[in-house]
Design a protein around this ligand. Structure first.
Ligand code: ME8
Length: 630
């Protein structure tokens, strides 16, 4: 019988949106699932959507929809996005589905009946955005949410509580007895410290909104979204339903049960969830991999900062595989990584175009040129280089497997790139173009190219979980069909026949051109009302002179209708003062006046700028000063 592996992503909030940062979790789970399938595990990969809560209720009302309509639309587009990202999930559970709500209600009832949940009263500070209560000491200075910074609300309500305190000791024992329950270790230590500081019972129902799962015994209450959401990992498997075969197979009798989460939701998964399971009598046999954040250079990605990057934009422009590889190779387990287009282009060029792309292309071209696309497995070695490369292939495959099985993708990929670079070096060392000149060394030449072929074949197999399209293309070029981990090792091909027309997989990108186009759209979205706040007018420059002691600034007198304004503008690098006189420019006429170098500046001149080109003012030809610009 095959070993089993159950892999889950957190179910994403339908009120959030999928950006390059949070898509990491799902891509990482996909890599982990694909790796386990290729390793021979019977793998079940679950993702889904967390749909209840006040935020969606409010958003739906604002959009004139029912909450169900709103989440239906979001779930459909999100699931499609995952499919387009070649995410191979076996199920997509939504918390508004009947198969889920029915069982969550049942879970709550059981815990209530056995007094693990009890009725009490709650007074606290609640963040609607994060759907979480915070204690006074956790709040920001102005009472704001410690996670998202938005204002919290004081909430007082009658409320059900889950007895966390009762399970505190059992939880600590479990964590201590299972050193690999939470990885990496820093996160494990954090949880131990949190639990040791003492657990307070958790408020697990709300009466302040309706869009949730009502408590069966008291429908005025809806079940707290986290109790609702965490249960998805079991409800998707049919736990407590008429058919719980998946639950028995993947959970109770499963070999690997893995929840992958970002560090922000550690407490929910490492404390509340195991306690829920203990109370339900479900084996606590999962483990947690806790990853860090994908950050922008300036910090977190957020709508308000206007720095969100969407996966569709990246994959449409540079290809899905380049995006998947970047995220998986840049993120170390236990730390954050940065997404920037500078780094992305740099890595695209070095990892894909140079290292992998070149090796593949050189190898295919030589096999075609010297052997019309055909090679045979050599029956002996021709030098130390051969042995060394064979050993590198074997060692890399071993280290790669160890790293990927324990979610250390970056380490595993660094090993793969070590093999790729070793293989490129092998070409320089063995100089096949020199060997090719000597007819008596045909067998040696065949052996050199066979080694390169084998190294690339094994590389393609190892890369298949991360960049599946590229791995398949290499396999097709190599005349092979099924990618299989049994193929991880040197010398598994008896005779080789490669494509006659290799295509270039990754062309080098010109960083300057790419970055210029990326810089174009980096400001947050505004509404037409925001835009209408600008009073843009045509103004005629009637005087211009340099600002003393400044290389950049010009002092302009600009006529707008009957009035004359003074504007200090950074145009000195691009225009001589005389060139501007008489020009009709676009001026922001309602900008609050400021003093620049002691001169009052009563407006702003619009300019165009971009890498490699001088600053240019926006000119109007036909209109006279005072015309409106809209
Ligand atoms: O937390 N970099 O959903 P979610 C990396 N509904 N990971 C990030 C990230 C970033 N910049 N931003 C978010 C929820 N994430 C709950 C889960 S499970 C029972 C309920 C990660 O949509 C985040 O850590 O806010 C989480 O793992 C996932 O994206 C979904 O977050």
């Amino acid at each position: 019988m095959k070993k089993t592996c159950y892999v889950t992503t957190p179910i994403y909030y339908s009120s959030g949106n999928v950006h390059i940062g949070n898509s990491y979790t799902t891509i990482a789970c996909d890599v982990y699932s694909r790796f386990h399938r290729l390793s021979g595990y019977d793998t079940f990969f679950l993702t889904g959507m967390d749909e209840h809560g006040q935020k969606n209720e409010e958003a739906a009302a604002a959009a004139g929809k029912t909450p169900q309509q709103l989440v239906d639309e979001i779930a459909a587009t999100t699931n499609q996005l995952w499919r387009d990202m070649k995410i191979t999930h076996d199920d997509f559970i939504r918390t508004s589905e009947e198969r889920h709500t029915r069982i969550v209600r049942e879970i709550f009832s059981r815990l209530l009946a056995q007094d693990d949940i009890y009725m009490g009263a709650y007074e606290g500070d609640y963040c609607v955005s994060c759907e979480a209560f915070f204690t006074k000491s956790q709040l920001g200075e102005d009472g704001s949410c410690p996670d998202c910074g938005k204002p919290t609300r004081k909430v007082k309500e009658e409320c059900y509580f889950l007895r966390l305190s009762k399970y505190q000791d059992r939880l600590l024992e479990h964590i201590k007895a299972n050193p690999d329950f939470i990885e990496p270790e820093t996160r494990r230590n954090e949880v131990i410290a949190f639990v040791e500081s003492g657990l307070e019972d958790l408020a697990v129902s709300r009466t302040s909104f309706r869009w949730g799962i009502p408590v069966r015994e008291n429908p005025r209450h809806v079940i707290y979204v986290w109790i609702d959401a965490l249960s998805n990992y079991l409800t998707a498997l049919g736990y407590l339903s008429a058919d719980d075969a998946l639950y028995q197979k993947y959970w109770v009798n499963g070999d690997k049960v893995v929840h992958v989460i970002g560090k922000d939701i550690l407490r929910f998964h490492a404390v509340y969830w195991p306690i829920m399971l203990m109370a339900l009598g479900v084996p606590v046999n999962f483990k947690l991999y806790v990853h860090g954040w994908v950050l922008m250079k300036e910090g977190k990605m957020s709508k308000s900062a206007g720095n969100i990057i969407y996966p569709r934009d990246v994959m449409d422009k540079y290809g899905l595989d380049a995006m998947r590889l970047y995220l998986i190779k840049e993120m170390p387990l236990g730390n954050d990584c940065v997404f920037s287009y500078e780094r992305f282009i740099e890595k695209y060029n070095s990892d894909l175009a140079n290292d992998l792309g070149n090796l593949l292309n050189r190898t295919l071209v030589m096999i075609n040129k010297y052997f019309a696309g055909r090679l045979e497995k050599p029956d002996r070695r021709y030098g130390d280089y051969d042995r060394e490369l064979e050993e590198t292939i074997e060692n890399t495959a071993r280290k790669y497997k160890e790293s990927f099985a324990s979610f250390r993708f970056q380490n595993g990929l660094n090993e793969v790139w070590h093999l790729i670079n070793r293989s490129n070096k092998y070409i320089d060392e063995t100089t096949p173009w020199v060997v090719a000149k000597d007819e008596s060394r045909r067998d040696e030449l065949n052996a050199i190219l066979y080694h390169l072929y084998e190294s690339l074949r094994v590389t393609a197999i190892m890369l298949a979980p991360v960049i599946p399209d590229t791995a398949e293309k290499i396999f097709r070029d190599f005349g092979l069909d099924t990618i299989d981990f049994n193929g991880l090792g040197y010398g598994k091909t008896a005779s080789v026949k490669v494509t006659e027309k290799p295509e270039i997989l990754f062309r080098r990108l010109d960083p300057e051109i790419e970055l210029k186009s990326q810089n174009e759209n980096t400001k947050p979205e505004i509404t037409i009302d925001d835009f209408n706040k600008l009073d843009l007018r045509v103004g005629e420059v009637i005087d211009a002179r340099k600002v003393e002691n400044s290389d950049k600034l010009l002092l302009l007198k600009i006529k707008i209708g009957a009035a004359t304004r003074q504007v200090v503008s950074g145009l000195a690098g691009a225009y001589a003062p005389a060139d501007l006189i008489g020009k009709k420019l676009v001026v922001v006429a309602n900008l609050k006046p400021v003093k620049i170098r002691g001169y009052l500046s009563e407006g702003m001149v619009l300019t165009a700028e971009g890498k490699g080109l001088p600053l240019e003012v926006l000119e109007v030809k036909k209109h006279n000063s005072n015309s409106r610009i809209s």
